[in-house]
Design a protein around this ligand. Structure first.
Ligand SMILES: Nc1ncnc2c1ncn2[C@@H]1O[C@H](COP(=O)(O)OP(=O)(O)OP(=O)(O)O)[C@@H](O)[C@H]1O
Ligand SMILES: [Mg+2]
Length: 228
């Protein structure tokens, strides 16, 4: 379904993506992780011209006009109903008439997803769709992407900065380091050791430190002080 062979992208002497290849044979939800500068965004954006199944890039940035006004201008009348259905599906139909700056970050991301869906893409590319969102909004946006994948059979490729998100939502994860694909596997295979490798981190690296997950942390039992 999607074959990328030996993708290389240079900026001057700097190789941002170095001979990256991968094949996806069915529409999965694919996460791309790696430290800042690893080449994730370059990789994602360079997929666009190579894809025959064309896609839509989720920028997460919006112009200053309301979604509805934009959609009225962009689409024929009969598509407006579809637009409203899509907004409803993403739980933002009540915000349709608002200007972009009046929406929260999470709502803006869902509007961006709605816009992408209007073009009925087979593949949705999302560059850090939950960066700068609080944990609840991050979950809403990731759930929306996952639902679009599950219900519509669309492939979703998302650059992600949180490991727990990649593990929880993606069927497969690609790890990039210095422009190369250094890991390609299932969430189960993405162990802490593998993650350290991808991020080039030593054993002091702790996933807990950057986790956005809200877990059921209970207060530690109070221990009786032990004499020294
Ligand atoms: N337009 C550009 N011109 C020159 N160099 C660039 C350009 N875009 C990216 N680079 C370089 O390519 C490399 C990969 O950048 P890229 O933005 O793909 O990383 P990234 O993995 O998305 O990082 P982040 O997690 O910070 O978003 C970096 O060394 C970056 O400086
Ligand atoms: Mg990036």
């Amino acid at each position: 379904m999607l074959v990328v062979e030996n993708l290389t992208k240079r900026f001057g002497g700097n190789v941002a993506v170095d001979n990256a290849s991968f094949t996806v044979d069915r529409p999965i939800m694919l996460g791309i992780i790696g430290r800042s500068g690893a080449g994730k965004s370059t990789f994602l954006f360079n997929l666009v011209p190579r894809m025959d199944v064309v896609s839509n890039v989720l920028h997460g940035t919006l112009n200053r006009r309301s979604t509805l006004a934009t959609m009225f201008n962009l689409f024929p009348r009969e598509d407006i109903h579809r637009a409203i259905d899509i907004l409803d599906r993403l739980g933002i139909v009540q915000h349709a008439a608002k200007r972009a700056e009046a929406l929260s970050g999470g709502q803006q991301q869902r509007v961006a997803i709605a816009r992408a869906l209007m073009q009925d893409p087979k593949v949705i590319l999302a560059d850090e769709p939950i960066a700068s969102l609080d944990p609840m909004n991050a979950q809403i946006v990731m759930d929306a992407l996952r639902r679009i994948h599950d219900e519509d059979g669309r492939m979703v490729i998302a650059n992600l900065h949180t490991l727990d998100t990649a593990r929880r939502y993606c069927d497969r994860v690609i790890g990039m380091r210095d422009g190369r694909i250094v890991f390609d596997g299932t969430p189960e295979q993405l162990t802490t050791g593998v993650a350290r490798d991808i991020y080039g981190a030593d054993e002091t690296f702790s996933e807990e430190a950057t986790s956005t997950e809200i877990r059921d942390h209970r207060a530690a039992p109070v221990r009786a002080a032990t004499p020294a």
